[in-house]
Design a protein around this ligand. Sequence first.
Ligand code: CMX
Length: 175
Amino acid sequence: MTDDTSSGTTAENVTVNLFQPGDGPAVPRPAGAGSFSDVGLLRIDHVGIAVADLDEALRFYAETFGLHCVHQETNEEQGVREAMLAVGDGAGPRLQLLAPARPDSAIAKFLDRSGPGLQQLAYTVADVEAAAAALRARGLRLLYDTPKRGTAGSRINFVHPKDAGGVLVELVEPV
Ligand code: CMX
């Protein structure tokens, strides 16, 4: 621990070592975090934001933040119209805008209860079934017994927000 008396803050150095998940780049792993590796989170895939009107939200993000849509689709099973926006060079996590395609959808219910805003945090995994099994073994509720279809043909599952500190966590296995 180091003291920065000028700003009144303290900083703590954490020992890290590098590991290489799957084919991805080497990333820092906090010392002692080996027991979590069977979940297999590789990186943040996207952050999902619930919006009432997709076209209006796309205009807002383009005009206000200069973010542009790189993928758009309607997922009938999820009852959602969605758009993926790239940030910066597009190499990092994306922003996902989610608008209800029907009134009984999860996004419509979220909007009714909470209004527009952050709805989910999604992680990329190499194997969604293995990640779900590892989280179930820790006592967390997964929303689906078997993965469903997500964006661009990915396979997805979710951890119930009540079991993840109030955050709806999505696991995404890309095609
Ligand atoms: N983030 C945080 N908390 C949430 C939440 C969210 N997105 N959605 C619901 N909650 C909270 C509610 O506020 C409520 O809390 P309180 O009991 O304290 O009031 C509680 O969870 C309700 O839980 P529930 O009755 O079990 O469930 P709901 O009917 O509200 O549905 C959920 C919640 C997560 C099961 C549902 O939204 C769902 O099935 N989500 C997964 C599918 C999805 O989100 N699809 C759209 C995106 C598709 C994609 O990403 O491709």
